[in-house]
Write a protein that binds this ligand. Structure first.
Ligand SMILES: [Fe+2]
Length: 223
């Protein structure tokens, strides 16, 4: 799984003005045109957001910029999944790590009531056990992990690239705005080129020739 680990020297890359005004306007229009029955409500409680996965116009854009994101990441990539995230006044994002399917996340701000910082640790060593994972998560939350912490606030149209599978990341509760409180973000996930089979836990029993892995509850659903 080494291919999914990230160079410890990697620093989050910030791309100011990634969306020019025309592209930003067309994305806003595409968001408005999404039929209501395509909005996913399952993260409303925990994150205060509505999401839409792999919406075709966004998947097309994600694919188009693969070369540019590969340059930023410093390795050849291929697109994995993406989602649009429409945060509202209860927006928050708990400290977490992503699975290897989000080794790289290109986070684009479409529009927002006010800039809303996202915080990252430096690149971590993957904890080897579930217990170590929870310990590290707690240490990060309590500010005693020893990792360097960096916060960045995107302006509308700006983007950044971080390594979600190797950097703890979070957003504090969104600050209430005078008018509507919101933050519309796109999350494009990328994996190293050629790893689309390896990244899927459902394939591990076969790829590693360890049939017992197929018996892990929920492994066929994990991404
Ligand atoms: Fe994440």
């Amino acid at each position: 799984m080494t291919v999914f680990k990230t160079d410890p020297a990697y620093e989050v890359k910030y791309v100011p003005g990634f969306l020019d005004e025309d592209l930003r306007a067309s994305i806003k229009q595409a968001v408005t045109a999404i039929p209501r029955d395509k909005l996913e409500f399952h993260e409303l409680e925990k994150f205060g957001r509505l999401v839409v996965h792999d919406w075709p116009p966004f998947t097309a854009l994600q694919s188009e910029i693969t070369g540019m994101v590969s340059e930023l990441a410093g390795e050849p990539l291929e697109p994995c999944y993406n989602f649009l995230s429409l945060y509202a006044r209860r927006g928050v994002c708990e400290t977490h790590l992503d699975t290897p399917s989000a080794k790289w996340t290109f986070d684009i701000c479409i529009d927002q009531s006010e800039p809303w910082p996202i915080s990252f640790t430096s690149i971590i060593d993957w904890p080897e056990t579930g217990e170590a994972l929870v310990d590290q998560w707690q240490a990060v939350k309590e500010g005693r992990s020893g990792h360097a912490i960096r916060a960045m606030a995107l302006e509308a149209g700006d983007a950044l690239l971080f390594s979600g599978a190797s950097q703890w990341h979070w957003r504090e509760p969104i600050a209430p705005a005078k008018g509507r409180t919101f933050c519309d973000l796109l999350f494009f996930h990328y994996i190293p080129a050629g790893t689309s089979e390896l990244v899927q836990p459902r394939n591990w029993a076969r790829l590693f020739d360890v049939p017992e892995l197929a018996a892990i509850k929920g492994i066929e659903l994990a991404v």
